[in-house]
Design a protein around this ligand. Structure first.
Ligand code: CO
Length: 165
């Protein structure tokens, strides 16, 4: 399992680079990320959160929908979005913070699977929400960037997030 990087760590602010080699090493990283996500009780995990500056994310929302299973998305890119929804979000990299975040309800995602096969797929509901949160990580964005400045200031004042987050 990997150690989770927390807010204040500069790797969480870097834009990731795309994966070009869909080899055994990628499979190993993805499997370890899924194990780490399960051990940490997360429903999603992006590579920067384990200190890896690569465009890889995993999700598992089976705790919300029992028909779901762990999934890996490589080089994901949102190519369209629609609607609006508000959900409370948390993040393994920002312990003890949960805030409501407004995001598009539906997304159309272009991505590759762990074998390198290309997909274009639409997502809505929880899956769309978790994917958008994790894709933000791949672009150096944290969910607290998307809450109101007043709430951000409060979290800094409470020392729940660092001054220079
Ligand atoms: Co997160």
């Amino acid at each position: 399992m990997y150690e989770i990087r927390v807010i204040g760590d500069s790797i969480l602010r870097k834009k990731t680079t795309n994966i070009r080699k869909f080899d055994d090493n990628l499979h190993r990283v993805v499997n370890n990320m899924i194990d780490t996500m399960h051990i940490e009780d997360g429903i999603g995990l992006a590579a920067p959160q384990i200190g890896l500056n690569k465009s890889i994310l995993v999700i598992d929302i089976s705790s919300i929908d029992e028909n779901e299973k762990p999934l890996a998305f490589i080089n994901p890119e949102i190519i369209a979005s629609d609607g609006e929804s508000v959900y409370e979000e948390g993040c393994l990299s920002i312990p003890n913070v949960r805030e409501e975040v407004t995001r598009p309800e539906e997304i159309t995602l272009k991505y590759q699977d762990v074998e390198g096969k290309k997909h274009i797929e639409e997502f809505f509901g929880w899956k769309s929400r978790v994917l958008q949160h994790e894709i933000d990580h791949l672009n150096g964005i944290l969910f607290v960037d998307r809450i109101s400045p007043v709430k951000q200031k409060l979290l800094v004042a409470q020392e729940t997030i660092p001054q220079q987050y």
